[in-house]
Design a protein around this ligand. Structure first.
Ligand code: S3P
Length: 170
């Protein structure tokens, strides 16, 4: 892979997929969503993969996928599942594969966006439980995302097209 690849990381609900698709369109690069690729490969939803095989197995699929992508030389925009940078091994792969952009969102924005979401196995439970989980995970992950990123974009008050413009400027 080349440094012309753009890799989007960030918390669930940060808009990585939406922004990634737009950037891929305007740069004419291939768009890759790691969750989608794993879902296709397993022919199971993310919820089902977590339920049947557990989170660690899902994480191993993420690593395998990044290893494979690192061998390809097609220029692309990669939207990573929110947990991808948690493993040190994955952070190294991401950094080697391309320019890593952290789409940073605040806890409140994430809560608002994922209010009725049923597709994220790590955010199941009552409203209060989900709120607590988001707060906790956000606190734990923010420094990890920052460490992995070449650039950080505070997406808070920005529209999708403003975020895309900012990335294209970088
Ligand atoms: C996860 C994020 C999800 C998906 C899985 C685990 C995480 O992707 O990979 O539910 O650990 O943050 P999105 O960030 O695209 O929601």
């Amino acid at each position: 892979m080349t440094e012309n690849n753009i890799i989007l990381i960030g918390f669930m609900g940060a808009g990585k997929t939406t922004v990634g698709k737009e950037i891929a369109k305007s740069t004419k690069k291939q768009f890759i969503d790691t969750d989608d690729m794993i879902v296709k490969q397993m022919n199971l939803s993310i919820n089902d993969i977590f339920e049947r095989y557990g989170e660690q197995y899902f994480r191993s699929l993420e690593t395998k996928l990044m290893e494979n992508l690192s061998k390809s030389d097609v220029e692309c925009v990669i939207s990573c599942g929110g947990g991808m940078p948690l493993k040190e091994e994955n952070r190294q792969l991401l950094k080697n594969i391309g320019t890593v952009v952290y789409l940073r969102t605040g806890v409140q924005a994430v809560m608002k966006r994922l209010k009725n979401d049923k597709t994220r196995p790590l955010l199941m439970g009552s409203k209060d439980e989900v709120k607590e989980k988001i707060k906790q995970m956000h606190k734990e992950r923010d420094p990890i995302y920052k460490e992995c990123a070449d650039f950080i974009i505070e997406t808070g008050k920005m529209s999708v097209s403003e975020v895309c413009d900012k990335i294209l400027e970088l």
